[in-house]
Design a protein around this ligand. Structure first.
Ligand code: GLA
Length: 380
């Protein structure tokens, strides 16, 4: 795209451990990988934004100097969302004209956070605004929560911005402290398998926001039973309720809420164990914990779909897979796995044939990709 002055690559992410806990200020882990969103752009002097997508239909155009329009329910919302969040803190005078392109099907890899991150970086560049990595994360996240309307945490944006090749991001979403932990030299080689069920759907219309509210209700229940002071629901997080309080109150709560809390506390433990496993090069244990995390997503968090659960069950029987789980919220289309690179073809064959035997309707949309960890969002 030689017609444009700049090129940003914003990777997709996977979260092997620490799922559905970022919105409750839990501990998470993740990788950025070598597939993602490319944005080529040049700044405009008059504040106009005009974008073309190689993935979605239609052109998007608006003016950064004018107030942000309401959501339109199309891909342009992500660029408008980035403008919305940046405008809360900065005056924008220059826009961008450019082209955006995604490298994998949309579904479970946080493509929304990847595009938002790219637009935030591009509009900041055009307006000579210098943002720290944490500010890029926060701005892209604010756009997704307040403009797009998903009450999520910062897991996706953090993996996309902070990720490093051959390294695991370990982030405490409460204190926002993080470590980038390089692969132990004793650890066997692995690649990431991205397994698309063929099913795609938007998170805003899924039960994602409902689960977040259920977690907060569980926290409220526990606080109320034990006389802890209550805060508004938007300031209430499971992380602020000690595990002991959960043990004392779990049987008093409606089981649905207790299951959400069970997922949170058990995932906290798994992440701690998983980080030690990663540090010591124990990929087998790390993978096993990722499988257990998925199990808890199914039983306690009750997300997933028949298709994703089927893939997960097939994965568990596959030689050469260390572990894996639903990707992202698990309401959309993909599972991820850590695999032995020498077994890739056998894994591809086994999952494809067993899955399509159960769901022949996805013959045209089912896909498996093998990817490698990569650095975070950057100018190329
Ligand atoms: C989605 C959200 C994230 C996180 C994951 C589940 O990807 O955007 O904030 O909650 O689901 O771990």
């Amino acid at each position: 795209m030689e017609n444009y002055q700049y090129h940003i690559f914003s990777p997709y992410r996977v979260c092997p451990l620490g799922a559905h806990v970022d919105h409750q200020h839990g501990l998470v882990t993740g990788f950025a990988f070598d597939k993602g969103v490319d944005l080529w752009f040049s700044p405009t002097e008059d504040g106009s934004v005009s974008l073309h997508s190689e993935t979605f239909e239609g052109e998007v155009s608006f003016d950064v100097t004018k107030p942000t329009q309401v959501k339109e329910g199309n891909w342009g919302d992500y660029a408008r969302g980035a403008k919305y969040a940046l405008k809360k803190r900065f005056e924008l005078t220059r826009g961008i004209r450019g082209v955006i392109k995604g490298s994998l099907p949309v579904g479970g890899l946080s493509s929304s956070a990847a595009v938002l991150t790219a637009y935030v970086m591009a509009l900041a560049k055009a307006n000579s605004i210098t943002l720290s990595k944490m500010e890029v994360i926060k701005t892209a996240s604010q756009a997704e929560r307040e403009y797009i309307g998903l009450t999520n945490g910062i897991l996706d944006q953090a993996c996309i911005v902070l990720g490093e090749k051959d390294s695991l991001l370990f982030l405490d979403t409460d204190t926002e402290q993080y470590r980038i932990i390089r692969k132990n030299p004793r650890m066997p080689e692995f690649e990431l398998a991205i397994i698309f069920s063929g099913l795609t759907r938007s998170l805003v219309s899924s039960d994602y926001n409902l689960r977040v509210a259920e977690c907060k209700t569980a926290a409220w229940n526990m606080m109320a039973y034990t006389g802890m002071p209550l805060k508004n629901l938007d300031k209430t997080f499971l992380r602020d309720v000690p595990r002991e309080t959960y043990d004392l109150t779990r049987d008093k709560m409606p089981p649905r809420f207790a299951r959400r809390a069970e997922h949170f506390y058990s995932e906290y433990k798994r992440v701690r164990k998983g980080v030690t496993a990663w540090e010591t090069g124990n990929l087998t244990l790390f993978g096993q914990l990722s499988y257990e995390s998925c199990e808890s997503s199914i039983k306690n968090y009750e997300c997933g779909s028949e298709e994703l659960i089927a893939i997960y069950n097939i994965m568990r029987q596959c030689d050469g897979i260390y572990g894996g789980r639903f990707s992202g919220a698990g309401f959309k289309g993909a599972c991820i796995a850590l695999v032995d690179p020498s077994k890739k073809e056998a894994i591809r064959e086994q999952i494809t044939s067993e899955y399509l035997r159960m769901f022949p309707e996805y013959t045209d949309t089912f896909e498996i990709h093998f990817c490698k960890t990569d650095d975070g969002a950057r100018f190329i």
